[in-house]
Write a protein that binds this ligand. Structure first.
Ligand SMILES: [Zn+2]
Length: 227
């Protein structure tokens, strides 16, 4: 019965199109993602949709509280062309430095900060996160800096390496020390990793391999991994 009802609902949605869809945007699959709204079962789909539609992505980015500047596209022929990239310079949390980000990466970062990182810090430490330290986003290189093979998601500013989190009381929780340290910090970092998986396509941390012992690699590529 439920399956049949969902089929009817989907058929209705298709017949009406999104302009006639009478319900709130967060339940409307055609409405752009609004970073402020609580995630639901459509959020994953809306995040994936950002990757193929720059206009939809820009609309979603405009709902984030990030400070960012659009960057010019790279000239054709670049080995690592940057298209529809912004420079994220700040937002609700202080960044160790600004970073270049593809539009989907910037939106996913805002979603992660708002709906993953802050709730995890409140639940574990009873205070908000005030800063995120990262090791960079854009690098024109292959995966693991190998001389051959495919380009890294970093080569299109579609990946970010997160190294440490700063709490409101000034405490700094680094992946390299906190992950293996046990206690609240280790628990918090695991919550952060799991929360990152709700926003980014790929999340690789210390559980994945030794190359990620000191950071969470997050990206918006086509490979769905959470480890
Ligand atoms: Zn990385």
């Amino acid at each position: 019965m439920r399956g049949w009802l969902s089929l009817v609902a989907i058929a209705l949605m298709l017949a009406l199109g999104w302009s006639a869809w009478p319900i709130a945007p967060r339940w409307n699959p055609w409405a752009p993602l609004d970073v402020e709204e609580a995630p639901n079962w459509l959020t994953r789909y809306k995040l994936l949709r950002l990757r193929g539609d720059p206009q939809v992505c820009r609309a979603a980015l405009a709902t984030s509280k990030l400070q960012y500047r659009p960057q010019a596209n790279s000239p054709p022929g670049d080995r690592c062309p940057l298209l529809d990239v912004v420079r994220v310079t700040g937002g609700p949390v202080r960044l160790s430095s600004g970073f270049l980000a593809s539009c989907p990466l910037a939106v996913a970062f805002a979603m992660f900060e708002r709906h993953g990182l802050q709730p995890a810090a409140q639940a574990t430490f009873g205070m908000p996160v005030t800063g995120v330290e990262h090791l960079g986003s854009f690098a024109c290189r292959n995966v693991y800096n190998r001389s051959q093979g495919r380009l890294s998601q970093h080569a299109s500013a579609n990946a970010l390496d997160i190294a440490a989190i700063r709490l409101a009381d000034g405490r700094r929780i680094s992946v390299v020390q906190g992950w293996a340290g046990g206690g609240k910090e280790a628990q918090f970092l695991r919550q952060v990793r799991d929360a990152a998986c709700q926003s980014f396509s790929t999340v690789l941390g210390p559980d994945y391999n030794a190359a990620h012992r000191d950071h969470f690699h997050v990206d918006m590529g086509g490979w769905a991994v959470c480890r």
